[in-house]
Write a protein that binds this ligand. Structure first.
Ligand code: ADP
Length: 189
């Protein structure tokens, strides 16, 4: 499955909780990039400038990273991708990867929240975690990219009839229950 949402929607938090409940591995492209930046790997050095500016890492780089990650053995029983795909070119790539593996997506969950709530949450998080991309200018740019590019991704999955929209405003447990409910509903449908 996929979890898609704007920056600050809590998708990373929910992805971890949901993956535990479902017993599948959670794969966050943002976390993989940050680990590479921290480890100063060639991928991290390449990605850092984009991340710090709130830009997307180029599709060619991101697609290759995801393709490699999805070859690992732990995805065999399913996976939850958090933060990918974010562009329609990434949707095409994921379609290819899944077709080659004879696999298909069960459900795509979109977490929703309005922009002002998201900015407030991210500015709050900036005080706690000091993520290099959590300052107001960069936050607004990440939100703009979400609207410009990732909403088209969401629309693609809506057309395919596998999208579930979940309200991301509320307590962490409450939102987890909503996501679990959406997954169960999608599986029953
Ligand atoms: P957020 O959703 O708050 O922006 P993430 O941790 O998901 O946080 O992503 C952080 C950054 O990592 C993004 O701003 C972008 O630079 C990079 N990134 C993550 N996933 C992708 C992706 N699928 N395509 C391109 N860049 C990505």
């Amino acid at each position: 499955m996929l979890i898609i949402g704007p920056p600050g929607s809590g998708k990373g938090t929910q992805a971890e909780r949901i993956s535990e409940r479902l017993g599948v591995v959670a794969i966050s492209t943002g976390d993989i990039f940050r680990a590479n930046v921290k480890g100063e790997t060639p991928l991290g050095l390449e990605a850092k400038k984009y991340i710090d500016n709130g830009d997307f890492v180029p599709d060619s780089v991101t697609n290759k990273m995801v393709r490699d990650r999805l070859r690992e053995a732990d995805v065999e029983h399913g996976f939850l991708l958090d933060g990918y795909p974010r562009t329609t070119a990434q949707v095409d790539e994921l379609d290819d990867i899944l077709a080659e593996a004879d696999a298909k997506l069960d459900v795509v969950v979109q977490l929703t929240a309005d922009d002002e709530e998201l900015v407030a949450r991210l500015l709050g998080r900036a005080l706690e975690t000091g993520r290099s991309d959590d300052n107001e200018g960069v936050i607004r740019h990440r939100l703009d990219l979400y609207h410009e590019q990732t909403e088209a991704v969401v629309a693609r999955y809506a057309e395919r009839g596998i999208l579930s929209r979940v309200d991301g405003i509320g307590g962490i447990d409450e939102v987890t229950e909503r996501v679990m409910g959406a997954i169960k509903e999608a599986q029953g449908a």
